[in-house]
Design a protein around this ligand. Structure first.
Ligand code: AVJ
Length: 306
């Protein structure tokens, strides 16, 4: 299947549903990935710099807790600087970044390769590639950082962790970075920054549909909306239609109607309390072994064992 056809199927399903929604991975085309990198540098977006500070401060402890791992694997290509911090401390012989994006893997591989460290990227979906971990030299340390787990609904998050657990053996470990529940005063600006970068990131989804499917979204007809949902403990991101409108999507033979105020759901970002994060790890079959947080307790990094 080509990339375009898989986008077409997702977009058709998402825009013909009674509550319109698109899978968040569609946000990451080339421009979307560039805009996300810009988000990580915003003053309001505390996640990336908080996690990096935790990793830098505790890299030595993490390496000890990971028990002399010979392989470090990573879900998502990761930013080179965060991964470098771990690789320098753990000093494995093999680094295996796993990502759907071949270009992200190329960048990560080029930046992280060095004498004494073999980099072996795996391109594809997590669930399909996790079993390959079994063939890599142990002990293994699996990185799942950047709070990417926050995009998954709780059952899917536990299922992904459980799938990872099934591909690891005694002596292996998981390093999980996850954003914590906190005040709305901190969360809302992080997902609706003053410079409007996050709004551009969300709206870029429409630019992508216009380009790849010939869709005729009017970018000024929608606004970026970030809401805190306390019951589900998550940030919800939407594109909200500013008027009644019809949008043609020729590649799908579809005309999509939006009422004024109707929302297209683009992302969830869960911010669970610590106890819930620990429960997820246990439900997935891991034993939480160590935990590091920043002073403000905005963010948690867990080391869990098999
Ligand atoms: C890449 C999923 C960690 O949820 O904070 C940032 C994505 N979206 N701003 C997050 C995102 C809008 C980000 N993750």
């Amino acid at each position: 299947m080509t990339v375009t056809s898989s986008i077409a199927a997702d977009v058709r399903a998402g825009l013909t549903a009674s509550r319109k929604a698109l899978p968040c991975h569609l946000l990451y085309d080339q421009e979307g990935s560039r805009l996300f990198e810009a988000i990580t540098e915003l003053p309001e977006y505390y996640l990336t710099r908080t996690e990096l500070a935790i990793l830098e401060e505790h890299a030595g402890d993490i390496a000890v807790a990971a028990g002399g791992a010979r392989t470090v694997a990573e879900l998502g290509a990761g930013t080179a600087v965060k991964t470098r911090t771990i690789l320098d401390a753990v000093a494995p012989e093999l680094y295996v970044p796993i990502d759907v994006s071949a270009s992200a893997l190329e960048v990560a591989s080029a930046q992280l390769a060095r004498p004494g460290l073999e980099v072996r990227p795996l391109v594809g979906r997590y669930q399909e590639l996790l079993p390959e971990l079994r063939a890599l030299p142990g002990p293994r340390l699996l990185l799942f950082i950047g709070s990417s787990i926050g995009n998954y609904d709780p059952p899917a998050a536990v299922e992904l962790l459980a799938a990872a657990r099934r591909c690891l053996v005694a002596g292996d470990s998981l390093l999980l970075g996850a954003d914590l529940r906190k005040s709305e005063d901190v969360l809302l600006p992080a997902y609706d920054d003053a410079a409007g970068v996050t709004a551009r990131f969300t709206r870029n989804l429409l630019v992508r549909l216009n380009r790849e499917l010939g869709a005729r979204f009017d970018l000024d007809g929608f606004r970026h909306l970030a809401i805190w949902n306390p019951e589900r403990s998550r940030m919800e991101i939407y594109l909200e239609s500013l008027r009644d409108q019809e949008v043609a999507i020729p590649a799908l033979g579809l005309v999509v109607r939006f009422a004024r105020g109707e929302r297209l759901h683009t992302e969830n970002s869960y911010k669970l309390p610590l106890a819930a994060q620990l429960r997820f790890l246990r439900d997935a079959g891991f034993t939480p072994a160590a935990l590091w947080r920043d002073r403000r307790e905005h963010y948690a990094v867990h080391l869990a064992r098999v």
